[in-house]
Design a protein around this ligand. Sequence first.
Ligand SMILES: [Zn+2]
Ligand SMILES: [Zn+2]
Length: 349
Amino acid sequence: MIAAVFEGNGKLVLKERPSPRIAKPTDVLLKVQGVGICGTDLHILQVPPAHPATVGATLGHEFTGEVVEAGSAVSEVRPGDRVLVDPHPGCGVCEECRSGHPDRCGPLYASASAPGHCATIGIFSDGAMTSWVVVPAHALYRIDASVPPHIAALAEPLACVVSAADKLKAQPGENAVVLGGGPIGLLFASLFKASGAAKVFVSEVSAYRRKAALACGATRAVDPTKEDLAALVGREMPGGADIVVEAVGPLLPLAIELAHSSGRVLQFGHDELARPAIPVAELLRKEITIFGSFIGKFSFHKLPRLLASGVLPLEHIVSHRLPLSRVHEGIDLLRRGQAIKIVLHPETF
Ligand SMILES: [Zn+2]
Ligand SMILES: [Zn+2]
């Protein structure tokens, strides 16, 4: 099978790899039906990298597939089932998992090749930018066959967004600003709008993505290089926004500036190199609450319902569907801001 393998130093190479086999009785073999290219993949392929990954691993952590074979101890899924995959499945038995922190799962951290990192499937072990992949059964969530693969491939980023949005507790009638109009920013914008937000502004430098933001429910898409975002928010959202989502990486100071007194700010953009200077006086005077959020936890079980419901304009978020052989073209489109989410489909289906 052909796989997109990370070879270090910004290199992603399409090469022949042996098909994986079930090794443990709790393993499941999946036929990959769709895999998204994530912003984290772009960070991994940056030089120097803004996110570590195992050299030699097949990338692809946002994926969906069909069960082909299940290990002898697997009872949750059967061959033929369509499934979503949690690419960081906590073991469920370590102290962190049992105290409600599967994002800190001991065995998952111990098996990553970079210290202090969670061993995400498709970053630190072989992922789904290929035809077949082996995953543990406890990573899987069954999804109805009516949900097309390119929509089901949004499960992982959407699980992360739903998990973060749970903390913000957006109320109907509130105003929100989202910094960054990539797939994550647009998933937040569409979720806020579906939850009854009054105004949702998306700030994004790419004209292509600003257009998509409006299709996803943003009430205004702002070009921060041409418009004074702080002045605009001050005029249109007197006092500031109730909720500000930072979905870029280094913009936490701006998020604090845009927030209303008692506002909630979410740091979601993940840039390992960002060290922004925080306006401390503004933070304390406005009594702002800042949330961090990392991976999707306790939200995956809702995804089969959310994806099948049609409540979010997800067709606008998947801007391109490409064969795996065009992965480099997809990466290039994303780097130039000419795409939102790109879903790859393996050649052998
Ligand atoms: Zn991702
Ligand atoms: Zn654990």
